[in-house]
Each structure stands twice: as C-alpha cells, then as structure tokens.
Design a binder for this molecule. Sequence first.
Ligand code: ASP
Length: 424
Amino acid sequence: MRKEKDHRNRIPLYAKILLGMGLGIGFGFLAMALHWDDFVHDWVAPFGTVFMRLLKLIAVPLVLVSLILGVVSLKDIRNLSRIGLKTILIYVCTTIIAVSIGLTMVSLIKPGRVFPKDKQTEFMERFQQTVAEREAQMQQVQDDSPLQFVVDMVPENLFQALGDNSKMLQIIFFALLFGVALIVVGPSKVPSVVRFFQQLDLVLLKIIDFIMAFAPIGVFALMAALIVDYAGDVGIISALGMYALTVVLALAVIIFLVYPTILRVFSKKKLGQFFHAVFPVQMLAFSTSSSAATLPLTLERTQKHLGVSEEVSSFVLPVGVTINMDGTSCYQAVAAVFLAQVIGLDLTFSQMLLILATATISSIGTPGIPGGSIVMLMIVLDSVGIPIEGLALILGIDRPLDMLRTVVNVTGDTTVACIVDDTK
Ligand code: ASP
C-alpha cells in the first residue's frame, strides 16, 4: 500500500525531506549573504513554526489512541506487564551504555584542555541571562520531593493533561489505565468503544500523511531560519570545535556501532532495512530537534516499514520519547566532564559514576523538545560540584548538538521497539 503510494508520488519521503533540508540550508546561507534576515524571520520562519505545531498537534491524540489500541491488542494484562518491564529494562541499559560512551570519549579526547581561556569570560558574560533563567527552573525541580515524578505521572484532570503537550506521561498513564480497563471488561462487551478508537486511528494516520506532505516546506523553513539565526556565531563554533567533535563522535559510535550490534544480536531486522526505514525519522528529528514532534512519523515508519506490531510500537515508542534519551544522556556526560576540564577540576572515579547515575536519571526526566536537556544538565553539573554558570560556555553551540542528539534519541527508541517486538 505504502509502496504503491511512494511509487505514485515518485519521490520518496526521505528524499523530499532531504531536499527540503538541503534547499533550506542553501537558502539560509544565501539570505545571510544578502542580508535578508528580516525576510526570513517574517516570511519563511512561520512555515517552520506551523509545521512544528502540526506535529505537536497530532502527537497527543495519536499517543492516546494508539496506546489504548496497543494495550487492547495485547489481550492479557500479563503480556502488558511483561512487555512493559522488558521495555524499561532495555531502555535503562541502552542509556547506561550511551553515558559510558560519552564519558569514555570525553576522557580520551579531553576537549576542555584546548578551550581558549579568553572565550571563557566572553561566553560567561554573553549567556549570563539565559543561565540565570534556567537556574530558576532547576531550583524548582530540585525543591520537589524525590517522588514528585510519580505524582506528576498521575493526571488530576484528563482534559488538562490532554491540553498540555509536556504532560505526555500523564496521557500515557491514562491510556494504560483505560486500555487495561477495556481488557478487563472484555472488548467483546464494548465493541463500539474499541471500534471507535480503531476508526479514529485511521483518521489520525491520514492526518499524519497530510502533515508529512507539508514536511519538505516545513523542514526548508526550519533550516533556513536556523542558519540565519546562527549567522553571527561562527566564533562560538570554532572555539568549541573540539567539544562539538567529541559529542559528534560519541553519538556516531552509538548510532553506527551500538545500535547495529544490539539489533544484530537481539532482532531479526536487517540493518539495511532498519536504516532505510528510520532515515526520514532521523531527518525530521534533526530538523525539528524534538523527539516528541517526530513521534507521529516514528510510529508510522516503525509499523509500516519495519513491520513492528502495533501493540509493541504503540507502547514502546511513546514511552521511549518520554523516558529514553540515549543521545541526551551521552551529551550530558560529555558536557559535564568538558566543563570540569575547562575549570581544571579533576573528577574522581566515584564522581564519574555519579555523573553516570545522574545523567541516566535526568535524561528520563528530559522533555522531548528543543533544548529540553539544559535544565536537567544543570542537575548533573550540580551533583558533582561543577558551577552551573559554566553552562554559559556551551549554550552557544547547543542547537546543532541538540539536533544530533535528537537523531540518536529517536533511533534508540526505534531500535528498542524492534528488539522488544522480535523477542516478544
Ligand atoms: N531535543 C531533545 C529531544 O527532543 C532533548 C534534548 O536533549 O534537549 O529528544
């Protein structure tokens, strides 16, 4: 069905997204050279914002409906708890591996040793304000009880939860509750409720098709606006070159070594098929910097192109978007050790272990939105006594690295969906 459609449209989705990205980057540089900044802000960037909004708009109803259907198709609560436990276990393991890779790379390359000292004062002054704002957010997170995340998972009002994209865990909670109740009642007793969700799912998937038809334009606009925004920041990029390279290498190891290895061992999927299916998802993650906004496409590609069953993908992926962030956790480890190196703080082995633990836990609490991990990174820094003001040094280069770590985040979720499905 999908193949026929691709054939009819001739150009496959990944090529269209890639084209949009390429043209957007090219146009961004052209606009920079011709000083069309205002034109890009006023007339191009809004298309990117509209695209992001459409993706976010569909994410909440999609998670709700597909998760309910996923639970119902498991037919048995024992299946649900088995799959649930396995998923969470694999997520934690992949995160620990990711953080360890980050720690190893940053300790070997030592990017903090080559950071120019004069830039330190310059960046501190420049990003002071942003750091202060994030610090206030961090304070709030730290003041909460350690069990606050459990409390936060339970919505007190369904419609409030549905009305707030950052409450994805609450929506997952409700969907699980509803799905379990449906199984216990027995789908045969309430066939119209089940049919309602099945039909709703069809309509939502069609809406995703519509949104994806707009993807090349949306991605074009996002990339063009990004290039123009970054115009004056070449100095930052060169000062932080070694640091960026360390992050890129660590993320590359995860994507090209870790995931393929665990897919080979635990899944029947061919690597070629896997990367072909996940490529458009990666491109979208790269252009939007948001794994939550990418979720509709991740679900579609995982089900239709990787053949992962609906019951597994519709559980594993929404949960993964919220709690599994391998790219983010790896990045947090690199960032923390880099800042320690810059200020000449020698971290002990137990401090490294503390970073491993806090980066793993804090990536679970990171929302799948652009720059979602900054506040959580402060908690990691704080845990080993690195001054959080140091964040100012790396904020300038956060966006491009965010794009890359989001690519890893969505690839990790898809990898785990394949494994859970194949070892069901
Ligand atoms: N942007 C990332 C994501 O959406 C989160 C982060 O690392 O900031 O997955």
